[in-house]
Design a protein around this ligand. Structure first.
Ligand code: 3HC
Length: 693
């Protein structure tokens, strides 16, 4: 066996050369891996006893792509593109033997071999678009030549992987290996040699791309199909252009187009933001005082209190992950309705072909409804999801203390209230934690984990594990009103409400926020949720715009009139002069003088409010690091990924510039805009939030 580099070896078995890569955790194609492949091919070609070459990986996966950590660093030759030129030109049969994930540069490496084989659990994908990039080592030119342009478009411009059976079906792999991968790959190599198979390079295989030439509708239709989902992102369109190049240009020219577009994306701020988010999403689950070996509880059965929208959504998360769930309500009709909604949601998913009727039955079989809290005696974890009322929550936790097993986790889904106060109702505050799901709970990825003063490390570590199992992105935060996400949201709401009274029309504010990249503006959202959520006729005092709208019978989209009016059956908001007048009258009574507000001011008021509040949250130790706040805003509030999150955005603009504007706002609008001491400190030291991650 020859050690090619510290992570690559070349060995020979029955006349077959095996280039084995071992670069944990995911065999990313860093310098030593690239050099290992290039040297391995070079030596195997020179070695007469080697008749065919297999590239195979140790550990949990084949190569999961280029080493993202190297991006933005000075390049170190050989680059992956150069290595793949060597591989592509190899005169001996080359075979990629794949397990785990052949992603990005990993799949591009495999595509540069003559043949690909994989185990049945392997996944194949070009997810670069999710990093704001496109496959930059020939993937955009090779994949369409193997699977055809249509399939390649979805794999490259959407970035979702395909499983091995599908890869076999579309011709991406030549054989699926049952049993041991190495043995299977060796057998395949011997077959290739015995049958003297044609060694046609993928780069010269033009049949599928030529067949699509002139069919511009393929691209027109695809662009239309992704337009809504990819609004604001640069990379998807560049991805489409590269596949167009594959169809319309010779391989070498297509490769050049790929290179040019790749470099353009790589140097842009969107990819920097998306790569930052990739690592931030992995960092967020790492809590400095909770080491990996922190003891954890074994959670098998979960109790959920409240079968409303929130409780039902939370239950679905657990059922989807195979947990048994006991759902508690106070009245039979509430319970029946809650259980019915869950079943209906699954039926809708099944009707879209996303799960089978058997899957629906299987999930529903995990669910038990009850009217008795006593039935939570045997659960390992309880999540209380009743409405936001401290007295009610305290009462429930007091009862749970007497009912639940001594080591059960007692969690509250409160979105604002004091978790410590709730914990104090029990004799085991160390078992109490906040698990703040976002609505709709079965869809939104964020889970704010609220660590109370006395929450034990075991309970926190277990909650982090549970979050991963139910496919949530957890962010650990401390106790304060609204925790991290809603506290920042409140600061934006304060500005949105003020802007409206100062004279910015609701549709201008909505347009600006939508154009910034959020899925919708605040007033369209309020109309959608219902203006009367949390409002009551008895206590309404005409003291806010919402009060006066609700008092005049405007409840939002559901009754066709809110901040906007809606035609029957339509969700399209239409500005309503009547509302404009109601707001203007209300503002005048409050002493506001109507003025023109610029789009730029709306962005700055709404976004810098988030940044300033975020900095205060960090200052107080409520969040662990700035990037956690970015993850919260991306996964819980629809912040556009390509802008990296509010704290990343602050650095992008320049924290010093942000501070100047915040100070201007403080002079104009007062105390609310007092700059966070942390921002002042960072600016005085010439630093940004990035220095705290
Ligand atoms: N480069 C550097 N580090 C990587 C990496 C990569 N491509 N992929 C994963 N890692 C790191 C993660 O940051 C994490 O590090 P940590 O333990 O220090 O936090 C560790 O590997 C394990 O990753 P995950 O926690 O994500 O492990 P999972 O088992 O959940 O997932 C995976 C594994 C599916 C491979 C997932 O990591 C993944 O999707 N990776 C990214 C794949 C990708 O985007 N590839 C394209 C890269 S760009 C490219 O190839 C350009 C080319 O076209 C030129």
């Amino acid at each position: 066996m020859i050690q090619l580099t510290e992570v690559a070896t070349l060995s020979v078995q029955d006349g077959i050369g095996l280039i084995t890569l071992n670069n944990p955790p995911v065999n990313a194609l860093g310098y030593s891996v690239r050099k290992g492949i290039a040297d391995g091919i070079d030596q195997a070609v020179k070695d007469d006893q080697i008749k065919a070459i297999i590239i195979i990986c140790e550990g949990r996966t084949f190569c999961a792509g280029a080493d993202i950590r190297e991006f933005g660093q000075p390049p170190k030759d050989p680059g992956l593109g150069d290595v793949l030129v060597v591989l592509d030109a190899c005169p001996k049969p080359t075979i990629a033997a794949i397990h785990g994930t052949a992603f990005g540069g990993g799949l591009e490496t495999a595509l540069s071999c003559h043949f690909r084989v994989g185990v049945s659990t392997a996944q194949f994908g070009l997810p670069e678009v999710k990093l704001g990039l496109l496959p930059g080592a020939g993937g955009t030119q090779r994949l369409p030549r193997v699977v055809g342009p249509e399939k390649a478009l979805t794999m490259i411009a959407i970035g979702n992987p395909i499983p091995a059976p599908e890869a076999l079906e579309v011709g991406l792999i030549d054989e699926m290996i049952e049993g041991d991968l190495k043995e299977g790959a060796l057998a395949f190599a011997k077959k290739v040699l015995a049958e003297n198979r044609d060694l046609k390079k993928v780069s010269e295989n033009n049949e599928k791309v030529e067949a699509a030439r002139g069919k511009t509708e393929i691209f027109d239709n695809f662009r239309k199909s992704i337009a809504r989902k990819t609004r604001g992102f640069d990379a998807p369109e560049s991805c489409v252009k590269t596949v167009e190049a594959a169809v319309n240009m010779p391989f070498a020219e297509g490769l050049q187009t790929e290179r040019d577009l790749f470099m353009e994306l790589m140097s842009g701020s969107q990819s920097a933001a998306q790569r930052y988010v990739f690592f931030a999403e992995r960092q967020v689950a790492k809590i400095p005082d909770i080491p990996k070996d922190t003891p954890q509880l074994d959670i098998k059965k979960v109790g959920i209190i409240g079968a409303g929208t929130m409780g039902g959504g939370i239950a679905m998360n657990f059922m989807n992950a195979g947990y048994r769930v006991t759902l508690v309500e106070t009245q039979q009709d509430f319970l029946d309705r809650g259980l019915g909604v869950i079943k209906k949601n699954y039926d809708i998913t099944a009707s879209k072909g996303k799960m089978s009727a058997d899957d629906v039955d299987q999930r529903m079989s995990l669910l038990t409804g009850t009217l008795s809290l006593e039935d939570l005696a045997d659960v390992d974890m309880v999540i209380e999801a009743v409405y936001e009322n401290m007295d009610l929550k305290k009462e429930i936790f007091g009862k749970l203390d007497g009912i639940c097993k001594s080591d059960a986790i007692l969690a509250t889904n409160t979105s604002y209230l004091d978790v410590n106060e709730i914990a104090a109702q029990t004799k085991r505050p160390e078992s109490v934690i906040g698990l703040h799901f976002f609505s709709p709970a079965n869809v939104m990825r964020l889970l704010e984990i609220v660590r109370g003063e006395k929450t034990s490390k075991t309970v926190l570590a277990t909650s982090l594990t549970i979050a991963k199992k139910i496919k949530k992105v957890p962010a650990v935060v401390g106790v304060c009103f609204g925790f991290a996400g809603n506290r920042m949201f409140s600061s934006r709401k304060r500005e949105v409400d003020a802007l409206l009274l100062e004279g910015a029309p609701a549709d201008q504010i909505d347009r600006v926020i939508f154009d910034f990249g959020f899925p919708m503006g605040p007033f369209v959202l309020s109309d959608l949720i219902g203006l009367d959520l949390g409002w009551s006729e008895e206590t309404s005092s005409s003291s806010s715009v919402r009060d006066i709208l609700c008092e005049s019978g405007r409840r939002g989209l559901k009754n066709g009139s809110g901040f906007y009016k809606y035609e029957a059956g339509s969700r399209i908001p239409i500005p309503d002069p009547e509302v404009t007048k109601m707001i203007a009258d209300f503002a005048a009574k409050q002493g506001y003088e109507k003025r023109e507000v610029s789009d730029d001011e709306i962005v700055q008021r709404c976004i810098y409010a988030l940044i300033n509040e975020g900095a205060k949250i960090l200052e107080e130790g409520i969040a662990v690091r700035p990037s956690d706040l970015d993850i919260i805003w991306i996964n819980g509030y629809g912040w556009p990924v390509y802008l990296g999150g509010p704290m990343f955005y602050a650095d992008l603009i320049g924290l010093d510039k942000v501070l100047v504007t915040i100070k201007e706002f403080e002079a104009k609008f007062g105390e609310d805009w007092k700059p966070a001491a942390l921002i002042e400190k960072l600016v005085s030291e010439g630093k940004g939030f990035k220095d705290l991650n």
